[in-house]
Ligand binder design. Structure first.
Ligand SMILES: *Cc1c(COP(=O)(O)O)cnc(C)c1O
Length: 235
């Protein structure tokens, strides 16, 4: 395990260097970009290694796996990010654990999150997941359906919408990814204006192992990196 730990720490350092370089290239400060280390491929020990390597932001795509790791790691220092679909029957148990729900992918879900948050006496920070690539298999709002939702979302006071999240299309080229990330940023800018002061849409969650540098150049504030962190660590 110590070899695995070392390898994860090295990978983390390398990813951080690449994040910083991409930020500087884009005329941004590296601190504007938060690395969310996606632990969905690994067990509790490797997730612990991510913490030991100095990463407090951990992401999981399945609620049950987030519950399991949150319980096993038990650290209040961790900020958990749910980056995959949240079924409505799992909302109640998930909300107390997450710092940011990236996958606010439907109005029905956000209404359920609002109601449960109100019942639990909390406000849940969330992003709107946008299906920028138009993949039929992907969750999320269509880019053209969110504009009219400002008032509806503002009324859900158990949810605090902080920005947008997207994944580039699976089959696409780097140029396609760049176009989709730019589209997400432009949508955010447009919504910020259209929805006015009711929201502060500061966050853009975009970019994974294969395209996080492009995402940073296009304005990402949160990158969700998994596989790169575990290369050579037995996965
Ligand atoms: C798995 C996953 C990631 C991380 O993907 P890698 O390519 O392994 O870095 C990022 N975002 C979401 C939504 C994921 O499901």
């Amino acid at each position: 395990m110590s070899d695995v730990r070392e390898r994860i720490a090295e990978n983390m350092a390398h990813v951080r260097e690449r994040i910083a370089a991409a930020a500087v290239r884009a005329g941004r400060h590296p601190d504007e970009v938060t690395l969310v280390a996606v632990s969905k491929y690994v067990g509790v020990d490797e997730a612990q290694a991510l913490l030991a390597a100095g990463c407090r932001d951990l992401g999981e795509s399945r609620p049950q796996e987030l519950w399991r790791k949150a319980e096993a790691l038990g650290s209040s220092a961790i900020r958990w990010h749910l980056i995959g679909h949240l079924q409505r029957n799992k909302v109640a148990r998930t909300l107390p654990l997450v710092s940011l729900l990236h996958s606010g992918d439907s109005l029905r879900l956000l209404e359920a999150v609002h109601a449960e948050s109100a019942a639990q006496g909390r406000v849940t920070p969330a992003l709107l997941e946008i299906n920028v690539s138009g993949d039929a298999a992907k969750h999320g709002f269509r880019p053209d359906e969110v504009d009219p939702l400002g008032e509806t979302l503002a009324a859900l006071n158990g949810v605090q919408i902080r920005g947008l999240m997207a994944m580039a299309g699976l089959e696409g080229s780097p140029d396609d990814a760049r176009r989709e990330f730019a589209q997400l940023r432009e949508l955010r800018d447009r919504l910020q204006t259209a929805w006015g002061g009711r929201f502060k849409l500061a966050e853009l969650s975009m970019g994974m192992s294969g395209d996080f540098e492009i995402a940073i150049e296009e304005g990402a504030t949160l990158v969700r990196v998994g596989s790169l962190l575990f290369e050579g660590a037995g996965r």
